[in-house]
Structures are given as C-alpha cells and as structure tokens.
Design a protein. Structure first.
Length: 196
C-alpha cells in the first residue's frame, strides 16, 4: 500500500482536541496486545501469491486514571482475505475466512495537569483528543509492528503514513476499509561460508 491514510475530522473536533493538546504531554507508548495468525500454505521464493488485503484501525478506548494520566488504546488490524466477498464493512472476519491476520494494540499515556479538569473539557475535548492524538501518536508504533510481523509471516505489508485533516463537510458516511494486493516476501537462501 502506498500513499497515506487520511482521517477527516470536523473542525469542532480538531479544536476540542487542540484544547487538550495545550496542557497534555505524551508520557509513554506501550504495546498492549499482538495477535498474528498465519494460515498461508508454504510458499517458496518462486511461488506467486496474491490476495485482497483489508486494513482497519480504531480507538479501543480511553480513561483517566487516579494519577491523572490519560490512557488511550488504539488498534490496527490487517486481514489477508481468502474471499473478498466475505467482507462485512467495519467488522473483523473470523480466522477461517483469512489467509493471515495481524492485530496490534498500543496504548499512549498522556500526563494531564494536576488541577481539576472542567467537566465540559472532560465531556467534549478529552474524547476528541483521545481519538485523534491517540491515533496519531500510536501510528508509528502500529506501522512498525505490522510491517515487522507480516514480514516474519512471509507477506510484508507496510502501512502508509497517516494524515489528519479538517473535514470540509459534516461526516455522513464511514470510509470503506482499504483493499490492496499482498505479495509474499522473497525468501533469501543462505550461502555456505567458504572455509579458509
């Protein structure tokens, strides 16, 4: 997959997220969950393999803990489909409908100010910040892990870069998941070392 994934957000959501951005600071990003399933038949370096690929991402959730840390979990899922007709929009497919699967969840934690956070900020701004900034800050980690895991499975898949932009029109429809062709990673045969 090339290019970039564009996430459109309404201006109000961007403004709400910006209010939290002014006072929050990224503390850490940690791996929470990794699932990799490889049902591919054995492929030699000469074998050709292609299938439809579906990529999905979502914010799993967020919470503010007792230490005033905002913790945001973000998931990325890549499915290598046996039959593209099985796809149900925005719903993960069961394992038996897939050649392979990689799901990764990272959690970003943000330090918030020690003083009391006003209720309107908690209700409107924190969710917008969690959705947009959580995705943006976790993206490089999700991207690296998906590429690494799929490479080890013999089907290298690279997530594109992420762009978050202001939506000029109100959001009416959800974007369809992207589909691309996957190719197996060529296997490199080790050459025996020459004896001296």
């Amino acid at each position: 997959m090339s290019g970039s994934i564009t996430v459109k957000a309404e201006k109000e959501k961007l403004n709400n997220a910006a209010k939290v951005s002014e006072v929050a600071s990224l503390d850490d990003v940690i791996l929470q969950r990794l699932v990799a399933i490889n049902n591919l038949p054995y492929l030699s370096s000469e074998d050709k393999f292609s299938c439809e690929v579906r990529f999905m991402h979502r914010m799993v959730g967020f919470k503010i803990d007792e230490q005033n840390l905002l913790k945001v979990s973000v998931e990325a899922r890549v499915e290598f489909l046996k039959n593209p007709d099985d796809v149900i929009l925005d719903k993960p497919l069961p394992e038996d409908k897939l050649f392979a699967l990689a799901t990764v969840v990272y959690a970003a934690s943000y330090m918030l100010p020690d003083d009391q956070i006003p209720e309107d900020i908690k209700e409107d701004c924190i969710p917008a910040f969690a959705e947009l900034n959580g995705l943006y800050n976790c993206w490089p980690y999700l991207r690296e892990k998906i590429q690494s895991v799929t490479s080890e499975m013999g089907i290298r898949y690279v997530l594109p870069t992420l762009r978050i932009v202001a939506d000029k029109e109100p959001k009416e429809k959800k974007a369809k998941p992207s589909k691309t062709k996957a190719k197996p990673k060529p296997k490199v045969k080790a050459k025996p070392k020459k004896k001296r």
